[in-house]
Design a protein around this ligand. Structure first.
Ligand code: 3H9
Length: 694
C-alpha cells in the first residue's frame, strides 16, 4: 500500500486499484481528502495495470459529507467539483464501497462513481437540509436521475438516512455485499464489472426518470402543500425542491448552475449559519470540561420509575425503547393500571401508524413491570422519581429511596424547578443524586436537562450523559437554580407576555408575533393547550389574575372549549370577545391606559429578557456555555432551529442592540429589565456569547 497523502492510500490488487481514505472521525471531505481523491484517481488512471478503482474508507463510516468546519474559509486544495469530474470522467470503472453512512458530499462523490456497493448496515442520505443547505455537489441533479423527483424530494427535504436495502431497491446502490466483508465484496464486484465489460454508468447521463417526471409538474406543488406546516419558516426545503424542479426541467449542466446559485444563497444566509451552529452545539453539549471521557461509568441495566402518571409513564417508555427493563412503582393499583394502560395505548398508536410491529409492542411492554412496593427498587441501577412537585413529598421519597436502593445506584429526580441540593440533603449519599428533567411528552421530546447538584459525583454525571444518548435524548448539563435553564428563561417570556396583555396587546397579538418568529405556538395558545387550571386552586382563587377569572368562568383551555381563545368542535382557535372584555375590564380597573403596542415591541419585550437571563445563567455558572442554553431552548421549548437559540440570536442581532433596548425598558419599566453585568461587559469589549470559553 502506498501513501498518496496523510489521509489517502493506494494499492493495486489483481488489476484493481483500492483507494482508501482514512480521515477520522467521519472521513469528511477536507482539503486533504479531496487532494488524496484527485491524486489517487489520477494515479490509478495512469497505471496501465489498473482495470478498475474501488473507493473505500477506513474507520466507522464512508465519507459523511463536506467538512463543515471548513465552510466559510478560503478553499484550499482540489475543489470537490474537480474530484468529482476526475471520478466521473475516469475511463476505468470507479466503484464506491460504502459502510456506515454515505452522507451529503459523501453520497455526492459516490454518485459520480460508476457503481456503488454497500454492506447491509450502511445508509445513504443527503441531509444538507438539516444544516439549512442543499446538496451543492451535484446531488440535487443526480439523485432525481436515479430515484425520481418524488423520492428525491422526500429524501432531500427530510435528510433521512436510507438503509442500504432500500437504496438497492431504488437503484441508489447496485449490489449489497456481506456485512464485515466490504473490501472483498467490492473487489469481487469490480472484477465482475471488468470481466463482463460493463459500461461506465454515469448518473448524469440517465434521463428516463426526469423525462417521466416532466409529465407531472403538479407533484412539486402537491409536495409543498402537503409539507407546508413542517417547512414553515425554513428556506432550505423550498430551495431543495427548486433544484429538483431544475433537474427535471433543464439539461444537467444548467441544473447544476441553478444548484450552485441556490447553494451559495443558503450558505451566505443566517439560517444555515444557525443550523450549522446547532449541529456542533448539540455535540459540544455532551462534553463536560471537568468530567473527562475516561470517567468510570456506572452500568445501568435496570431502571426504576416512581410515579405512573403522564411523566413517569413517558420516562419509562424511553428506557423500554432502549431495551432496558423498567419497574414502575405507584401508590394505588388503579393509578398503576391507568399508567400502564396509557403506555400500552401509546405503543399501539405508534404501531397503527406503522412505527412498531405488534411483536415489538409486546416486547416493549414485557420490559415494563408495575409494582405498588418501593422495595422493588432495591436492585435497580437507577431510579427516576416523577411524582408531585412538592419539596416535602420529594424529601420523604428520597429518604425512603436512600434506605431501599443498593449502594452505587443513581437516585434521580425529574423535578422541573425544585432545589436538588435540598432533596439530596436528606440522603446519606448526595453524590448519587442528580436531576433528570424530562420534557412532556417524555417519550417524544428530545431534550433532557441533566441537573448537577453540589455533591453529584462525576461518574453519576458521565453515566447520565451517556445514558441520555442511549435513550435518544439530547442532553445539556445545567446547575441548580429556580427553573434550571429552560424554565428560568421561559419565566421571563411568560412575565412579559402577561404584562403586554395588561398594557393593551391581545393574547392573539402576542401569540401571532411569536408564531411568526418561528415558535410552534405562542404562550397563550400553549396555556390553553396545557390547561389553564394547572396549579390553579378553585378555593384560593380570588379573581386577581386573568387566569383566575378565566378558570372561575370554567374557561380552562382547549379541554373546556374555551380559555384565552374560543374553540370550535375541531379545536380551531378564534380570538375571544369574552377574553377581550375581561382584559379591558382588568385594565380599566387598574387605572392604566391601554395603548397600541407594536409587533416589534412585543417581540423585543418577549425575547430580549430571555437573552439577558441566559447571560445571568452563564455568569452564575449554571450553564457551561452559551450554546448549551441554545440546545435547551431548541430541543425543549420550540425555539426555531433556523434562529439558533436565544444566545445565538442575541449574537446575531447584536448584543449592543439587546443591551440598549434592555436599558430603555429598564428606565421605563424598572428592575426586571436590568441588564446582566456579563451582557454589559461583552458589549463593552465588543464580544459575543460565542467568544466565551467553556
Ligand atoms: C455537505 O456535504 C455539503 C455538500 O453537499 C456540498 C459541498 C459543496 N464535518 O455526530 P457524531 C464530527 S454538508 C466536520 O458525534 P455519530 C462531529 O462534529 C455535510 N465534522 O458521530 C464530531 O466531532 P467531535 C453533510 C463532522 O457516530 C464527530 O465528527 N453531512 C462532520 O453519532 C463525530 O460525530 C452531514 O450533515 C462533518 N460533515 O454520527 C452529516 N460530521 O467528536 C453530518 C461529523 O469533535 N454528520 N463531524 O464532537 C452526521 O450526521 C454524524 O456525524 C454521523 C456520525 C451520522 C456521520
Amino acid at each position: 500500500m502506498a501513501a498518496i497523502n496523510a489521509v489517502t492510500d493506494l494499492s493495486v490488487e489483481d488489476g484493481i486499484a483500492v483507494l482508501t481514505l482514512n480521515s477520522p472521525p467521519v472521513n469528511a471531505l477536507s482539503a486533504g481528502v479531496r487532494d488524496g481523491l484527485a491524486l489517487g484517481v489520477g494515479q490509478a488512471l495512469a497505471d496501465p495495470a489498473v482495470k478498475a478503482v474501488v473507493l473505500i474508507c477506513e474507520g466507522r463510516t464512508f465519507i459523511a459529507g463536506a467538512d463543515i468546519t471548513e465552510f466559510g474559509g478560503a478553499q484550499k486544495g482540489a475543489s470537490l467539483f474537480e474530484v468529482q469530474t476526475a471520478i466521473e470522467d475516469c475511463s476505468k470503472p470507479v466503484i464506491a464501497a460504502i459502510h456506515g453512512t454515505a452522507l451529503g458530499g459523501g453520497l455526492e462523490v459516490a454518485l459520480t462513481c460508476h457503481y456503488r456497493v454497500a454492506v447491509p448496515s450502511a445508509k445513504c442520505g443527503l441531509p444538507e437540509v438539516n444544516l439549512g443547505l442543499l446538496p451543492g455537489a451535484g446531488g440535487t441533479q443526480r439523485l432525481p436521475r436515479i430515484v425520481g423527483a418524488q423520492k428525491a424530494m422526500e429524501m432531500m427535504t427530510s435528510g433521512q438516512h436510507v438503509p442500504a436495502k432500500q437504496c438497492l431497491a431504488m437503484g441508489l446502490v447496485d449490489e449489497l455485499v456481506e456485512e464485515g466483508k466490504l473490501r472483498d465484496g467490492a473487489l469481487a464486484f469490480a472484477r465482475k464489472i471488468v470481466a463482463e465489460g460493463r459500461p461506465l454508468k454515469r448518473v448524469r447521463d440517465l434521463n428516463d426518470k426526469v423525462e417521466a417526471d416532466r409529465a407531472h409538474p403538479e407533484v412539486f406543488d402537491a409536495f409543498r402543500k402537503a409539507n407546508a406546516r413542517k417547512f414553515r419558516g425554513f428556506l432550505a426545503p423550498e430551495y431543495n425542491i427548486r433544484c429538483i424542479e431544475a433537474a427535471v426541467n433543464l439539461p444537467f449542466d444548467e441544473g447544476l448552475q441553478v444548484e450552485r446559485k441556490l447553494f451559495m444563497e443558503l450558505m451566505s444566509g443566517y439560517q444555515s449559519a444557525a443550523q450549522r451552529y446547532s449541529f456542533f452545539a448539540e455535540r459540544q453539549a455532551a462534553k463536560i470540561p471537568d468530567v473527562p471521557d475516561d470517567t468510570p461509568l456506572i452500568p445501568v441495566e435496570t431502571v426504576g420509575v416512581l410515579g405512573a402518571g403522564t411523566m413517569g409513564g413517558g420516562i419509562a417508555m424511553n428506557f423500554a425503547n432502549a431495551g432496558i427493563p423498567v419497574t414502575i412503582v405507584e401508590v394505588k393499583q388503579d393509578a398503576l393500571d391507568r399508567g400502564l394502560s396509557t403506555i400500552r395505548k401509546n405503543y399501539e398508536r405508534t404501531a397503527q401508524r406503522g412505527g412498531l410491529t405488534a411483536e415489538q409492542v409486546e416486547q416493549r411492554m414485557s420490559l415494563i413491570k408495575g409494582s405498588l412496593d418501593m422495595n422493588d427498587f432495591a436492585t435497580v441501577d437507577l431510579v427516576v422519581e416523577a411524582v408531585f412537585e412538592r419539596m416535602d413529598i420529594k424529601k420523604d421519597i428520597f429518604t425512603k429511596l436512600d434506605a431501599i436502593c443498593k449502594d452505587g445506584a443513581i437516585l434521580a429526580t425529574n423535578t422541573s424547578a425544585l432545589n436538588i441540593d435540598e432533596i439530596a440533603s436528606v440522603t446519606k449519599r448526595p453524590e448519587a443524586v442528580i436531576g433528570l428533567h424530562f420534557f412532556s411528552p417524555a417519550n417524544v421530546m428530545k431534550l433532557l436537562e441533566i441537573v448537577r447538584a453540589d455533591h453529584t459525583s462525576k461518574p453519576v454525571i458521565a453515566t447520565s450523559m451517556k445514558l441520555a444518548k442511549k435513550i435518544g435524548k439530547i442532553a445539556a448539563l445545567v446547575g441548580v437554580c429556580p427553573g434550571f435553564v429552560g424554565n428560568r428563561i421561559l419565566a421571563q417570556r411568560q412575565r412579559e407576555a402577561n404584562k403586554l396583555v395588561l398594557e393593551g396587546a391581545m393574547p392573539w397579538d402576542v401569540d401571532r408575533v411569536l408564531y411568526d418568529f418561528g415558535f410552534p405556538m405562542g404562550p397563550f395558545a400553549m396555556s390553553d393547550l396545557a390547561g389553564l387550571d394547572i396549579g390553579w386552586v378553585k378555593e384560593k382563587s380570588k379573581g386577581e389574575t386573568l387566569r383566575d377569572v378565566l378558570c372561575e368562568m370554567d374557561r380552562r383551555g382547549q379541554k373546556t372549549g374555551a380559555g384565552f381563545y374560543d374553540y370550535d368542535e375541531n379545536r380551531n382557535a378564534k380570538p375571544s370577545p369574552v377574553t377581550e372584555k375581561i382584559i379591558k375590564d382588568f385594565i380599566e380597573k387598574s387605572g392604566a391606559n391601554p395603548r397600541q403596542i407594536s409587533d416589534e415591541e412585543i417581540l423585543e419585550r418577549c425575547i430580549y429578557p430571555m437573552i439577558n437571563e441566559g447571560a445571568k445563567i452563564l455568569e452564575e455558572g449554571k450553564a457551561i456555555r452559551a450554546s448549551d442554553i441554545d440546545v435547551v431552548w431548541q430541543n425543549g421549548y420550540g425555539w426555531p432551529v433556523y434562529r439558533g437559540g436565544p444566545m445565538w440570536w442575541g449574537d446575531h442581532i447584536g448584543l449592543d442592540k439587546v443591551l440598549a433596548k434592555m436599558k430603555e425598558f429598564e428606565a421605563k419599566m424598572g428592575e426586571q429589565f436590568k441588564p446582566s453585568p456579563l451582557l454589559e461587559r461583552l458589549v463593552a469589549e465588543g464580544k459575543k456569547f460565542s467568544d466565551l470559553k467553556a
